[in-house]
Ligand binder design. Sequence first.
Ligand code: MG
Length: 410
Amino acid sequence: MMMKITRCSTAVVESNYDYTFVRIHADNGVYGTGECFFAPGLTSALRAMFPLLIGRDAREVDRLARLLWRKGSGAGAVAGYLYNAVSGIETALWDLLGKSTGLPVYQFLGGKVRDEVRVYADCHAGNNLESWDSMLVERRPRWLDEAIAREADHDVRYDPSLYWERARAMAAAGFDALKFDIDSIVILTGDELHRPLHRWEIDRMVECVAAAREGAGDRVDLAVDCHWRFAPSEAIRISRALAAYDLLWLEDPCPPENWRDISEIRIAGGCPILTGENQNRRHGFWDLVAQRAVDLVAPDFQKCGGLLEGKRIGELAELQGIRVAPHNIASPLGTIASAHVCATLPNFTALEFHGSDVPFWSKLVKFTGGDRPVIERGRIPIPEAPGLGCELNEDEARRYSKAGETFFDD
Ligand code: MG
């Protein structure tokens, strides 16, 4: 029987990023919730899409996602932030369908091949009490001011001892995969893409990675993020300098637009290469996979087009023996949604966790059928309850609701 969409709404939580939620109600009295990757004007784009959904059959998830792709073809064409909106809507539809049928979301993606999902902790440059708006301008919501006031050495940055301490602490918390930024060492120059790196800069990167490696110990995998900061020639120097540290991957060593640059770094450097967080739909990953330009892809399921499209990207990568380590900066709700996809991918490596510095992160969801931590000893046990298996904790979320945005129907 048809499950007619009756109402849609949004809410935004001002966290380390804008956690943007979309909720879809159907005429069976059930609703589903999804999360979108942040973007300027995102809730306005969502509201523009909602009339296309009202009265449609919520069970036709792929049909509706494709309708939104097509209707966004003028404004967004094959890529861009409209896919952030589509991704959140698509996730909300899966949650709605799962709750309406009594099935967990992973069942709609072919069923799971694992019962828990390995999580890697993003450790930034050691210290990362920060919050960014949708154009990546730094901001200070009240929760952040309060957290910074509690921290003695907040202004110390890019020091190997911070990498050591952070790696030691996160390993002790049970994570067996960590990621650190090294590009932030040169961030303040503003011209890093256009100049050769100084010897001391590469030496400092090596010192930081060596410190993280020592702090983490031999049983913890280590990845390093460059945030597209370097020209390919410099990225090759970095990759060679770090080759001895057996990295899980070197992430986004150069700008993402040209797969040939990435391929060149992969071949000439010594580290496995990961990229993909900027890409939308399978098409964004096609060359990277077909040309074997990478060792791992990092689709962001709150951005790439949704959970089913994420599953398809994973399958595309599998054809070439390429692994998947999804990018994720979401709230626990989006993180759990991503974990449902990861549970179904045989070539999955680890899912990002980007909220360890947000004091209220894990309080933002409630699990269906009983309280439990989101992440236990570096793993997310896959919820077996219908839909995503969790709900947004609205009391907690409302406390950090972004000014000027609606909170669902309020
Ligand atoms: Mg990254």
